[in-house]
Design a protein around this ligand. Structure first.
Ligand code: NAG
Ligand code: NAG
Length: 347
């Protein structure tokens, strides 16, 4: 039966493919490996936002950028979103650029910029994440720093422009800072600042920080220095960088100070154990499902079985309630018997 074999092969291929966790088209933020050191960045999951304001005073133009990053998952669209204001599906690092024309009284347009992600079904580019330890890096600036640098690729702007489009990437340096979770001063999607407990003073200070940061950003943006504030996740530049052979790549640089980038970081609980059992049960379930489906199909084709007879061991499965009842009765009987005998022994 040739067709049966090919169909089984197809089935099992599908099953295996669905089992492989995000192999080549993503990475697991809970197990980031760099030069044989492993980091669990799972606590930094979810969308986080940084801002940058750039200006061309001469042309009276201003660009306000919001960069949203989720290192653990694809970014989700907002309700009623469209490609006019959202990055393509599969994006993990998205820039929203608001172009403001100061001359015409500040009318503005918003342009999404896909910076990093996997776009298998769109332009075929992928995030192709690379990680290296800061201490193993060639650059002098990294001397003495502990942590891991992630390079996430896949973006292009304009996205569909084969000729004029420029590839985009995000380079994130996770720097070890034992005092920080990594969410200090964090801004969630939607612009809510993470509230500190003693909020009012903090907020005021935060506001000042922000103003200062913005001023400074104007001077420093894109020159390799990070914005000057106390947030754990900071913007460090967005500009075109040469990648040899007249090849430019739009590069967003971020710095993320967190204890999870320390090489001796305490294990994050709830991680790998659940992961193992999770996989175990999924595999078990799929195996049983495959067995039942294939068995039924075989019975159907070979023996023309219908109804209960379709299932492999249909008889046994049908009898399970009776077997169970029988078993329960026996157990109950044993317990009762044992109890009464105990009673006699006491006399
Ligand atoms: C502002 O509006 C004018 C006219 O509607 C338009 O030509 C221009 O592109 C707009 N500027 C920006 C930055 O959107
Ligand atoms: C960028 O973020 C700010 C603050 O969260 C928000 O007010 C603004 O509308 C955002 N800009 C865009 C283009 O989404």
């Amino acid at each position: 039966m040739a067709p049966s074999r090919s169909r089984t092969a197809l089935l099992s291929t599908l099953a295996v493919a669905s089992l492989l966790p995000s192999a080549s088209w993503a990475f697991d933020c809970k197990d980031v490996g760099a030069d044989s050191v492993h980091f669990n960045l799972g606590k930094l999951a979810g969308p986080h936002v940084v801002h940058w304001v750039d200006e061309d005073i001469g042309r009276e133009l201003q660009w306000k950028y919001n960069f949203t990053i989720d290192i653990c998952d694809k970014l989700k669209w907002h309700k009623g979103g469209s490609l006019a204001t959202e990055c393509h599906h599969g994006t993990r690092v998205c820039g929203l650029r608001e172009d403001i024309n100061l001359a015409t009284g500040g009318n503005s347009t918003v342009t999404p910029i896909d910076i990093a992600g996997t776009y298998a079904s769109q332009n075929g580019r992928s995030i192709d994440a690379k990680f290296e330890l800061l201490r193993n890096s060639k650059s002098n600036a990294d001397g003495g720093r502990e942590g891991v640098r992630a390079t996430l690729n896949g973006g292009r702007f304009p996205f569909d422009d084969q000729k004029k489009g420029i590839n985009q990437r995000a380079i994130i340096e996770f720097v070890c800072d034992k005092e920080r979770d990594g969410l200090e001063g964090d801004e969630k999607e939607g612009g809510d600042l993470e509230d500190d407990k003693d909020s009012d003073k903090e907020k005021e200070k935060d506001g000042d920080d922000k103003k200062e940061g913005k001023l400074r950003r104007r001077e420093d943006g894109g020159k390799g220095k990070c914005e000057d504030n106390d947030h754990s996740l900071r913007f460090c530049g967005y500009q075109r960088e040469d990648e040899g052979k007249d090849h430019e790549v739009g590069t967003l640089r971020l710095e993320w100070r967190t204890k999870y980038a320390c090489e001796d970081a305490p294990p994050v609980d709830g991680g790998s154990h659940w992961g193992f059992f999770g996989w175990f049960f999924i595999i078990l379930f799929l195996a049983i499902a495959a067995y039942l489906i294939f068995g039924s199909w075989l019975n159907y084709n070979r023996y023309g079985a219908r109804g209960w007879d379709l299932l492999p061991h249909g008889d046994t499965i049908r009898d399970i309630p009776y077997i169970a009842k029988d078993f329960a009765r026996k157990v109950a009987g044993t317990v009762q018997g044992g109890g009464s005998r105990g009673g006699y022994a006491a006399v």
